[in-house]
Every structure is written in C-alpha cells, then in structure tokens.
Design a protein around this ligand. Sequence first.
Ligand SMILES: *Cc1c(COP(=O)(O)O)cnc(C)c1O
Length: 388
Amino acid sequence: MSALMQTYARLPVTFSHGEGVYLYDTEGRRYLDGIAGIGVNALGHAHPGVTNAIRKQADKLVHSSNLYRIAAQEQLAAALTQVADMESCFFGNSGAEANEAAIKLARLYGHERGIKKPNIVVLEGAFHGRTLATLSATGNRKIQAGFEPLVTGFIRAPRNDVEALRQIAANNPDVVAFLAEPIQGEGGVKVLDSQYLQTARQICTEQGWLFMLDEVQTGNGRTGTYFAYQGLGLMPDVVTTAKGLGNGVPIGACLARGEAARVLGTGQHGSTFGGNPLACAVGLAVLDAIATQQLCANATAMGQLITDTLRADNSIAGQITEIRGKGLMLGIELYKDCGELVQPALDAGLLINVAAGNTIRLLPPLVINAGEARDLALGVADLIRKFN
Ligand SMILES: *Cc1c(COP(=O)(O)O)cnc(C)c1O
C-alpha cells in the first residue's frame, strides 16, 4: 500500500487544506476538527498569524545553528519564561525531546547532589513519549513491549495516591524528581486531583525532589490557563511543553526555575534543529495569538459549552460513565470500548479520537466558536446515541 513503516493504523482519508476548525479532504468534503492534530493546531488551520510568521521568517532565515545566537529563540525563551513564571528554557523539536531534556536535567541534578543512581517517580497511565527514556517513563506496557531493556531509573506510582508517594520517599533515598501530566491525555483524559498535586509538590519540596510537569498536551492554553499548573495555584520546578506551541511547526520546550534553571551547562545537552529561527518565529506568533485572541478564556467557555450540551442530552446519559477534563481537553468515557466510533464520525464529517479504549477524547482548536462547539457536541452526542 505504501513505502511507509506501518507504525500507524491510518484512517482512509487525506486532507488537502484547512481553515479554522475545518479540514477539507482531497474529494472536497469538509470535516469539523475535534482533535486538532492531537492538540497541536491550537489556532486552527491556516491561521493568518502563523502563516505570516512562516512566510516572513522563511524569506529571511530558516536555520542557522545553535553555534550562533538566534534572536527569535532568545525572544521566545523570554516570552515563554515570562508567561510560565519560569527562568530558563531549552528548545527541542517534540514533546518526547522536551521530556528527555527534563529527565537528563533531573539526573544531572541528582549527580550534583552525590546521588549516583538517580530515580524519577512517574505515574501509572502516564504517557511521556516514544523515545527510549520517555517510553520507559510511560506507564503503559503496550508502548514498552518489545523494546526491553528499558531505561532504568523510574519508579512507578499509582495516580492520586499520596500515601504511595510518602512510602516511596521513605524507602528510596535515590529519588531526584517527580514527573507527571496534570491531566493524562493518552491515558484517557484522567485528571489528577488538585489536592494530590499540591501534596506531591509539598513532598518534593520536603525531599529536595524536582517537581516536574509534562504539559506537552495540557500547555499553551488548552486547559483554560497558559499552563495547567496556573489553574491549580502551584509552581513546578520544571515544565515541558510542545504540541500547541508551534501550531504544527515542530518545537518543544523544557522550562525550569530556581536551582533547576541552572543545572544544564555548556555541552551537556543539545539539538541541531532545536529552537531554530523558523520554529521560534512561529512560537512567538502562537503566543501572541493566544494572548490577543484571549484563547485561554475561550477554551474555558467552549469547554463548558460542550460539556453542558452533552450533559443536557438525556438520550445518551445512560451510555456515559463520566465526562471529565478541563477547558478544551475533554474525555467522554462510555460504558464500553468505543474505538469503532472513529469511522462513523469520519463518515459524519467529524474528527474525534478515542483514548484508553472507552473514552472519546476531544481536543478541538482553541479558536472554536460557540456555534462550532455546539455542532461538535451535537455531532458527538449523535454518534453516541447511534452506538449500541
Ligand atoms: C504527545 C505527548 C508527548 C510526546 O510528544 P511527541 O511530540 O509525540 O514526542 C509527551 N507527553 C505528553 C503528555 C503528550 O501528550
């Protein structure tokens, strides 16, 4: 069928272009995009701010090298650290790379304190990426199977279990960090309890562990604040992000503050492409649009509208166990597995995704308006109603 390695079970559709929350296939059919390239196209498709930034920067300079100073990279680091209330920033090209930087940073932090075999606490159901270190940190055996030996130095803890964290602290002097997604995305839109995160933050402070959040999916306005931790009133030592940051142009970032901000030194980490002029010019355009179009507030309002619309529909209430999430990161868990809903959704001109087998995951562009959000909710309700 194709010369591609079959790493993805691709749906039988090819898109030729998009505009806002809509994608158009090669036959000219229109689809309402409820997944935004897995949370990437936060500004929707063909956003003029992004398109102009790409055009303008491509006209001048796409790549130079981290051997030299890059103005757009310095500007984006300043803008991101400011919006995040962090102090320093490393740029890679993906979420996995952002997390690799965080993992390396945590290990180095441990070695600096004389811990020769540093361990990082990670959670059941977590997803941190597909590179060897990040798949080892991931709490899903399906993603790890066949790739042993895994990278060591990770201790698995159950979600939302403060006592388990205290046990780990009591029994493991070699822990250097805690790493978690505020809302587990691939794991099925599982929201960590706010109280659990507050206590985990406290334990990290007491133990001298770095409190690290993977905001690759939850970041960049998705949950109604620029980063999810800002809606929880807590501060991480390290935060990673990627997906929405480049609106489709590959970029990832690892941000740090305090002691963590100064751990990685010259020659200790790098990336040929990371933070190149094109990616950073686009990142600046994305940050600007999130602020000027008030997309955090829109994510909160539209997420509420979608949730309210689904909850008001009595005809599907019996099929739904729970609707959860925050802002425009929503999971609709059904009583049974529903992966087979993706195809009828496509037939109905709706792009959705199913995570953890039984949860419809919605990650629409943050630019979605009320009419489009209602269409998305009604479309999903219709699919659920017909699914028996
Ligand atoms: C998508 C995702 C990653 C991996 O990002 P890639 O860009 O695919 O490497 C890591 N962590 C979380 C929480 C994600 O959602």
